[in-house]
Design a protein around this ligand. Structure first.
Ligand SMILES: [Zn+2]
Length: 487
């Protein structure tokens, strides 16, 4: 039985397709300024954990400190399945959110038949509305790419980068380009050189970004070899931009008589989910909140012309607040003792563990072991903080992860760390467990994700949505749709 809502959407879709001639709904309020925030991998649990953690830091061990977007007047649950699987990934989900059609796994901007799908960003661009596509991960990664590129495979980074340079969008921002010279062994023209030749100004670092007045532009992190911005929790260099800086720059550069469309992705929530790293996840969610607050400040000055939507493309990690390990007890505040993301802890522990290669005696080996435990204690609090005392079983787990490495230490040293069994992964797993955080997977899940809306037409987003509904609602509300039909 087709739901009333589905019928309504198909009707709106038909209307909007007709809108070039009929200018439907001309009289209703239209959004001149549209912000679409995507927390990659951000389920409701990720938001709630960030809120509970903040409450714990403020001494409230039972409550939640809401994010700015949790206070939005309108909330919805969004199904995220792609055309071929209930559990999606960022390319197919991004395509659905950007274009309004389901796509196959890993597809960007094309449907299952390979047909190109027009996106919200392209429509805004062609209506003469400035567009900003911002992220904390590579500018040619799945989610940002879904708004400007059309390729059957999300891993074709160089081609996506080439399409970015040809996209005629006003503004991009991210860590950097992934594979700017193509796959290993390829030596294609550098994507940044390509983009510069198409007129894009490449701007790096917080200060230059704040001073930049040029469009079109691509705003990037400090380190050209790091395709993503640093983890919020690891980032100590004040010169490093964060998502909030990108949103502020977009507002400053893109404001125009026709308004603007901004898509801003907090991409590393997903990466923290894959790593089952709750603390890194929490700080990325608060990084998103800071970016949304910049948009809220702008909306406060343009309340009748602005729409802000915050949602996710899928949930990552099967996160739960509470786990079998601690029963009804949770103590998320314990995560404050974690000083480095799991990523950085991997980098800190790898050389220590690898030094076993030079261990000649049992004494040498014991020294390596104690150095590993000492580093884990410094970086996570495990075995250092009274509430994080290591049980014998915990120590054995870490030793096991080391022993597993000893066999392959040489290989590991050469090919790098990161497997779920690494000492770093094990330490973070033990810390999460003691805090009462549960993870069911290192992959994505099919749990419907939250959507928060505020501003022009906010009420249209209430209730139950499918991810393909989101762009059709934005199309219904976007002033630039109207602009297209005025004589
Ligand atoms: Zn993911």
């Amino acid at each position: 039985m087709r739901t009333m809502r589905k019928i309504r959407f198909q009707f709106i879709r038909a209307l909007l397709l007709l809108s070039t001639t009929a200018c439907a709904g001309e009289d209703s309020a239209k959004a001149k300024y549209v912000f679409l925030f995507v927390g990659d991998g951000m389920g409701s649990a990720q938001v709630a954990l960030a809120e509970a953690y903040k409450a714990s830091l403020e001494g409230d061990s039972v409550g939640f400190v809401p994010t700015s977007f949790s206070r939005f007047p309108v909330r919805a649950d969004v199904t995220t399945h792609c055309a071929v699987r209930r559990t999606t990934e960022s390319a197919a989900a991004g395509t659905a959110i950007a274009s309004g059609s389901k796509a196959g796994e890993a597809a960007i901007g094309v449907d299952v038949s390979g047909k190109t799908l027009r996106t919200l960003a392209e429509e805004a661009r062609d209506a003469g509305v400035p567009v900003g596509i911002l992220t904390t991960v590579p500018v040619n990664h799945a989610t940002p790419a879904a708004f400007y590129a059309h390729v059957p495979n999300r891993n074709d980074y160089w081609e996506i980068g080439r399409q970015l340079a040809d996209s005629r969008m006003s503004l991009f921002a991210g860590g950097d380009f992934q594979e700017p010279k193509g796959k290993k062994g390829q030596d294609k023209e550098d994507s940044r050189v390509l983009a510069a030749r198409k007129g894009y100004k490449i701007v790096r670092g917080r200060d230059s970004i704040a001073a930049n007045t040029t469009l079109p532009a691509i705003l990037l992190g400090l380190d050209p070899d790091d395709a993503a911005l640093p983890w919020e929790m690891d980032s100590s260099d004040a010169r490093t931009p964060v998502l909030a800086d990108y949103v502020a720059a977009a507002i400053r550069l893109l404001d125009s008589p026709k308004g603007f469309f901004v898509m801003a992705e907090a991409g590393k929530i997903d990466w923290a989910g894959h790593a089952n790293d709750a603390r890194a996840n929490i700080d990325e969610v608060w990084g998103l909140d800071s970016a949304v607050k910049v948009a809220l400040e702008f909306a406060a000055k343009h309340p009748k012309q602005t729409l802000i939507v915050v949602t996710a493309d899928h949930e990552t990690g099967g996160l739960s607040l509470g786990s079998g390990a601690t029963g009804y007890k949770t103590d998320f505040g314990l995560l404050r003792h974690q000083k480095s993301s799991r990523d950085r802890l991997e980098d800190l522990l790898a050389p220590i563990a690898a030094s076993v290669e030079t261990a000649k005696t049992a004494g040498d080996t014991a020294k390596v072991v104690s150095q590993v435990f000492a580093r884990i204690a410094t970086e996570t609090g495990l075995g250092r903080v009274p509430e994080l005392a290591l049980a014998a079983t915990d120590s054995v787990e870490i030793l096991e992860s080391l022993r597993a490495r000893w066999g392959t230490a040489r290989a590991a040293a050469k090919s790098g760390y990161g497997a779920t069994g690494s000492p770093a992964a094990t330490a973070i797993r033990i810390l999460n467990r003691k805090a009462g955080v549960g993870w069911t997977t290192g992959a994505h899940t099919a749990i419907p994700v939250p959507l928060y809306a505020m501003g022009v037409g906010q009420e249209k987003f209430a209730g139950r949505l499918d991810n393909t509904d989101i762009p059709w609602l934005v199309r219904e509300l976007a002033a630039w749709r109207k602009m297209r039909c005025s004589p």
